[in-house]
Design a protein around this ligand. Structure first.
Ligand SMILES: *[C@@H]1O[C@H](CO)[C@@H](O)[C@H](O)[C@H]1NC(C)=O
Ligand SMILES: *[C@@H]1O[C@H](CO)[C@@H](O)[C@H](O)[C@H]1NC(C)=O
Ligand SMILES: *[C@@H]1O[C@H](CO)[C@@H](O)[C@H](O)[C@H]1NC(C)=O
Ligand SMILES: *[C@@H]1O[C@H](CO)[C@@H](O)[C@H](O)[C@H]1NC(C)=O
Ligand SMILES: *[C@@H]1O[C@H](CO)[C@@H](O)[C@H](O)[C@H]1NC(C)=O
Ligand SMILES: *[C@@H]1O[C@H](CO)[C@@H](O)[C@H](O)[C@H]1NC(C)=O
Ligand SMILES: *[C@@H]1O[C@H](CO)[C@@H](O)[C@H](O)[C@H]1NC(C)=O
Length: 520
């Protein structure tokens, strides 16, 4: 009896297997529409297409989701703005290759709207999650009549392109859902800004919220997380025909970028063991990624409080605003005399390259030509190398106030900013070449004395610093990072130690009220 039951169950499961495989087609043809309760499944059972609703809503949408993931995760929605009011909708393929969703009275609610047609069209759901319309038997992806990958919703799957087909003007971008129950377009978009120095841009309405900075060979200037790793290969293509961002995944695990309703761009991976989506990173890392936080010529440093500072050689446009942490006014040059005798460029390192609407790019210019090009034109405020890979050339020059600059530890780029002669002299002083460091010619004797007095005081108190009487940034003697940060009167402690022969008595030239004074 038990054995009979077992056999019967085995037979039943065979029947179900048979039924499932016969139902699980991956194509739609003009003769074979699908209704609200039918779905198609990609050949490798990765993705499924059909009608769904969200939350408590009765609205029905046509979408694509992962077949084997228990949490329904919709990666594409066709009729985002035009839901069906009940389950009487149909997805049809026309004889010309147009996909359309019709309601009960056969009115078209949504259609695929392609200018191309096919003789013998078939719509197929691929294992990549792409729904394509093609001529039956023609698998060349360049001849697809239409594909859902060209019309992303809020999700970028591996192999999808985010960006422009310059020939057709097609702009593939992500748009957030309005809410978790409403797939209609929300406030946020994530797209490629294709102008000269293409970059990814997140907008809320028309307001820029975040930008990736330009791509420079291996990654985006401002998004260190988007770099190649053993399972993730970012791809950026910019040529005469197209400019787009894409990515490949080597591990065979579901992976997606999604633009959330609150405007964060998240990279998620499916975790089978815990049966949930695992957040690998968000593209916007921290506060310094807020677009233009520090105003023009301001620089954001996440390791500093407050985060905004002016670039060396610049000062707050309004120190009152700056004092109350309103940085929007930005910074202005301390010495505005650029385009004068003796001017030049100061190198800043470790940066996300700035944004500005006026810039020029030349992909073949060397860095030397780049400097010459910038120097020639008085409205050129800065230049940088475009591609940091060994042999890479390329030059970008900016012709407008520089905004949205941040420190990017480890992965930042070099930026050369035009400076008046006076600012350059100061910079030369900061060289580590002791012979060149002659205080009399470089900075006012007074400020040098003060700093040395402070150092002497510092030593005599055995490195115990009393933080009360000095402005905060003058205390960070050991934290000074790069040469451009060394706008006098700040020296790295080690430099001073060396310059004074480890504070040797021979270099001592006197003693002030604060402690000993040394000659360097
Ligand atoms: C869809 O079609 C199938 C097969 O023809 C049928 O059994 C099912 O009731 C239909 N569903 C709806 C919602 O019309
Ligand atoms: C679907 O909605 C339409 C419009 O509200 C209605 O006329 C129709 O009867 C509904 N069909 C079903 C099957 O509920
Ligand atoms: C079908 O859609 C059309 C156009 O949106 C609408 O006018 C019509 O009432 C809808 N019919 C049903 C039965 O929902
Ligand atoms: C369909 O395509 C045409 C031209 O390609 C365009 O003008 C029109 O706005 C598109 N319609 C929809 C609904 O996308
Ligand atoms: C990404 O994957 C596609 C499809 O598998 C392959 O053709 C392409 O060469 C890959 N690109 C990179 C940069 O790995
Ligand atoms: C780029 O620079 C090269 C070398 O200086 C020059 O020959 C070329 O004309 C420039 N191209 C553009 C578009 O300015
Ligand atoms: C300098 O650059 C600006 C901005 O690109 C341009 O309008 C101007 O004509 C240039 N001037 C010269 C002398 O090349």
């Amino acid at each position: 009896m038990g054995k009979l039951k077992g056999n019967f169950l085995f037979f039943l499961s065979l029947v179900f297997l048979f039924l499932e495989s016969s139902i699980a087609v991956d194509t739609i043809t003009p003769a074979h529409s699908i209704n609200d309760s039918q779905t198609i499944v990609s050949a490798g059972h990765k993705f499924e297409l059909g009608f769904f609703n969200t939350g408590d809503s009765n609205y029905r949408y046509l979408g694509i989701w992962y077949k084997n993931i228990p949490v329904r995760t919709v990666v594409w929605v066709a009729n985002r703005e035009f839901p069906l009011v009940n389950n009487s909708g149909l997805l049809k393929l026309g004889d010309d290759g147009t996909l359309s969703i019709v309601n009960e009275s056969r009115s078209i609610i949504w259609s695929s709207n392609s200018s191309l047609t096919a003789k013998n069209p078939v719509a197929e759901l691929l294992d990549t999650g792409n729904l394509v319309v093609k001529d039956a038997g023609d698998d060349n992806d360049e001849r697809y009549i239409w594909q859902s990958f060209d019309y992303p919703s809020d999700t970028l799957l591996p192999g999808m392109k985010l960006g422009w087909n310059k020939k057709t003007g097609l702009n593939r971008h992500l748009t957030s859902w309005k809410s978790s129950d409403d797939p209609s377009p929300g406030e946020y978009t994530y797209s490629v800004d294709p102008r000269g120095l293409p970059q990814l841009v997140l907008r809320k309405g028309s307001d820029e919220q975040f930008r990736s900075g330009p791509w420079y060979g291996t990654q985006f200037s401002g998004v260190p997380v988007l770099k190649v790793n053993p399972v993730f290969t970012p791809i950026f293509v910019s040529n005469a025909d197209e400019v787009y961002y894409s990515y490949n995944i080597t591990a065979n695990i579901p992976s997606r970028f999604v633009l959330s309703q609150s405007g964060s761009v998240q990279h998620l991976s499916w975790n089978d063991r815990h049966s949930n989506w695992y957040l690998i990173f968000t593209v916007q890392e921290d506060r310094c990624d807020n677009y233009d936080l520090c105003g023009s010529y301001g620089i954001c440093n996440i390791n500093r409080t407050p985060n905004c500072d002016c670039l060396k050689g610049f000062e707050p446009k309004s120190s009152n605003d700056w004092d109350v942490l309103d940085w929007s006014g930005g910074c202005v040059r301390k010495d505005p005399h650029i385009c004068h005798e003796g001017e030049g460029f100061v190198k800043f390192t470790g940066l996300k390259l700035p944004d500005a609407s006026q810039f020029r790019v030349n992909v073949s210019m060397t860095i030397g030509d780049c400097e010459a090009e910038c120097l020639k034109n008085c409205s050129c405020v800065a230049y940088a190398k475009l591609d940091i890979r060994g042999t890479g050339n390329g030059c970008v020059t900016w012709y407008e106030d520089l905004i949205d600059i941040r420190q990017v530890p480890q992965y930042g780029q070099d930026l050369y900013i035009r400076m008046a002669a006076s600012a350059l002299e100061k910079k030369a002083d900061t060289s580590n070449n002791r012979k060149n460091v002659t205080i009399a010619t470089t900075i006012s004797v007074a400020s040098a004395m003060i700093i040395l007095v402070l150092i002497g005081w510092f030593v005599s108190w055995k490195q115990k610093m009393i933080r009360t009487q000095q402005p905060e940034n003058q205390l960070t003697i050991s934290k000074v990072e790069t040469e451009e940060d060394l706008e006098l009167p700040l020296f790295e402690f080690a430099t001073i130690q060396a310059a004074t022969n480890n504070f040797s008595p021979a270099n001592k030239i006197g003693e002030g009220g604060y402690g000993p004074v040394f000659k360097v």
